[in-house]
Design a protein around this ligand. Sequence first.
Ligand SMILES: NC(=O)C1=CN([C@@H]2O[C@H](COP(=O)(O)OP(=O)(O)OC[C@H]3O[C@@H](n4cnc5c(N)ncnc54)[C@H](O)[C@@H]3O)[C@@H](O)[C@H]2O)C=CC1
Ligand SMILES: O=C(O)CCC(=O)N[C@@H](CCC(=O)O)C(=O)O
Length: 490
Amino acid sequence: MTTPVHYLNGHWLPGHGPAFASVNPSTGETLWSGNSADAHDVDLAFRAARHAFEAWADLGFEARAAIAKRFAELLKANSEHLARAIAREVGKPVWEARTEVAAMAGKIPISIAAYQERTGSREQPQEFGRHFLSHKPHGVVAVYGPYNFPGHLPNGHIVPALLAGNAVVFKPSELTPMVAQETVKLWEEAGLPPGVLNLVQGERATGEAVAQHPELDGLYFTGSSRTGAILNQQFAARPGVILALEMGGNNPLIVGSDFELDAAVHEIVQSAWITSGQRCTCARRLFVPLGEKGDALLAKLAEAGRNLVVGRAEDEPPPFMGPLISAKAADGLKAAHDRLVALGATSLLAMEKLPLGPAFVSPGLVDVTAIAAEVPDEEDFGPLLKVIRYATLDEAIARANATRYGLSAGLLSDDDAEWQRFFRKSRAGIVNRNKPTTGASGSYPFGGVGDSGNHRASAYYAADYCSYPVSSTEAHRLAKPTSLSPGLKL
Ligand SMILES: NC(=O)C1=CN([C@@H]2O[C@H](COP(=O)(O)OP(=O)(O)OC[C@H]3O[C@@H](n4cnc5c(N)ncnc54)[C@H](O)[C@@H]3O)[C@@H](O)[C@H]2O)C=CC1
Ligand SMILES: O=C(O)CCC(=O)N[C@@H](CCC(=O)O)C(=O)O
């Protein structure tokens, strides 16, 4: 119980909960181990955050932004170190992990602009003084991160929360504690005052202790719809706590009537198999027109999947896809693939477990047209793409929308009328044309409808849930009105 893995009130301290570890899914090597934060450690984090909050909020935006800018510089200076940590702990290839670190540094100017634009102030002069709109931080907010972007996605909540003047308790995914620790060290080096950002590592019990803490003013969660739904229920009894939920999807990608074959295959690969399918925005369902052109597309896509290089995160030459996060995840994906085939789906590219290690699978492509009604509306978080053949675009759009989720959706078509129809009818927070469903811009809002979120979009709109609006009517001097309300004598 001696490894200092929690950052509480500006000190690195050991935890008092059960021990846990993170493992490199490419190699099986243990990367990080420590004791999780128990309820008492979590309480220390909240006390520190509450204590630090007022001075941090009073410091002013410019001073807070200056620290965030120093953090961005440190990210750039340490980008290779952090990218390697991400590659090792998540399994994504180093080239891709580098893009994650770049997105983290890019988050700072974006969040500064968003704070000013989305939550700035507005004044309306009046005879007596003014009406005035300003924004205040919520207080102490918790940030929960998923494992697939252990740097970028928690950063997408932490940066705007701190800029707005909140103090933060950060509970990263238990699968990626090392990346969280390396990130928080950079905030420390950037000069963040003690208590403003606290790190509590741990598994579900730590997450529960954070969510139940009475000092909580806001909870910003990126993770599975299952956990998000639990939190949503839990917080129904605490309406005063602002809850931002960014969750999964069962995202459709429709291939229209007018497309260039190689370009379409490229966008599908980038939609479905990037990050080994471990992005919430990944396409899970591919709608392909019936007929020869659709047949040719699927043949080419299966070939691209067969030729795609799967390898260890740090391999040279680099792979396109690394392992899944764990052997358990790989077994789960393979089982989902096999279940579809057992139900009667046609395998166009069989997903296989690979001899590289227990967390490795090859990409899978299954035609589920014949069993579409039996396919559960679930997010299979890995490189498994389900194909549905269709006769008319309207049919494809209706089936694409037939999901309880609504995160991303895409159309591959050069036909403008098809795009207009698709855009009008599709129900998702991210709707793309001739581009992957993945790779959303941080300069735009990011979030979904249905079970993909709770209408608190992140990225550019994260500023909105990091502070609350205050409307003031101000008179410079107290003055008795010249005419009083009927029935009132003074
Ligand atoms: N919409 C979005 O922006 C994104 C959504 N995701 C989604 O995240 C998922 C993958 O991430 P995971 O790490 O597996 O998510 P997860 O839901 O298993 O875990 C997320 C966090 O919640 C904590 N947690 C789990 N159960 C809890 C409970 N009962 N109470 C409090 N905390 C609890 C975990 O320890 C972790 O810190 C996928 O479903 C993916 O679609 C991932 C990235 C982006
Ligand atoms: O938060 C942002 O800056 C934009 C959202 C973003 O980066 N989305 C990524 C990854 C999220 C995921 O799918 O897990 C993407 O759209 O690829």
